[in-house]
Design a protein around this ligand. Structure first.
Ligand SMILES: [Zn+2]
Ligand SMILES: [Zn+2]
Ligand SMILES: [Zn+2]
Length: 220
């Protein structure tokens, strides 16, 4: 169910008339960022909803035109779970007829002759006993002949379940909170702790020529 009109969503995201997926997502990122800067937190869900509506529209269009869909993300830190759209899409399945992969749609294949069982010949027996070895009429002695394809039961086509271009459901991506990108914190290089620990060496209280530590400091 879409509660927001596509045109309204387009205005919120500011995409104009002609747009692509990366364009929409980039505009969304900017609007989202600006609203956060202005502390307009109440309107953030509306921005996300508007982005989702446009993306659903684009995904469905792509599915209609190219039979598959692929989210194109402009983000550097694209969410790996939703590929940048912020939602996970599921399409209804539909059954289509495709040419049989065995007979290629012709409904017949060349196979061992069923009449002579591939020998190309048969024995015609006389009632009086004995018989004569004759060439198989069905395959003309070839042993192979055109037979009905078993795979498609002679129909030439098979039913195949494919995804339709009707969206069945959209699930909000939890990983990126529907944003499509995962916010990365500025990477601080961790200070490497030296693994070699120096044993604690107390400063010698008495220096070489009988001088105390205090004397050494005084002299220096
Ligand atoms: Zn995601
Ligand atoms: Zn077939
Ligand atoms: Zn035959």
């Amino acid at each position: 169910m879409e509660f927001m009109e596509l045109g309204h969503a387009e205005k919120i995201i500011g995409v104009g008339n002609n747009y692509t997926m990366p364009h929409v997502l980039k505009c969304f990122e900017i609007v989202h960022w600006a609203k956060k800067q202005n502390r307009e937190f109440d309107s953030l869900p509306t921005t996300i909803e508007a982005k989702n509506i446009i993306m659903r529209h684009l995904v469905t269009e792509q599915k209609k035109n190219y039979r598959f869909f692929d989210v194109e993300s402009p983000f550097e830190n694209t969410c790996p779970k939703c590929k940048g759209s912020g939602e996970i899409y599921k399409f209804f399945k539909k059954s289509v007829k495709v040419n049989c992969h065995i007979c290629g749609g012709s409904s017949k294949i060349i196979d061992s002759c069923p009449k002579c069982k591939g020998s190309g010949r048969y024995i015609k027996r006389w009632k009086t006993g004995g018989g004569v070895d004759l060439e198989c009429k069905k395959c003309e002695g070839e042993g192979k002949t055109k037979v009905s394809c078993q795979e498609c039961k002679g129909k030439g086509q098979l039913k195949k379940a494919v995804l339709s271009d009707q969206l069945k459901s959209t699930t909000p991506c939890k990983k990126c909170h529907q944003l499509g990108f995962v916010s990365h914190k500025p990477h601080k290089p961790k200070k490497k702790k030296s693994k070699i620990r120096r044993p604690f060496q107390p400063f010698p209280v008495k220096a070489r020529d009988g001088k105390s530590l205090a004397d050494l400091i005084k002299d220096s």
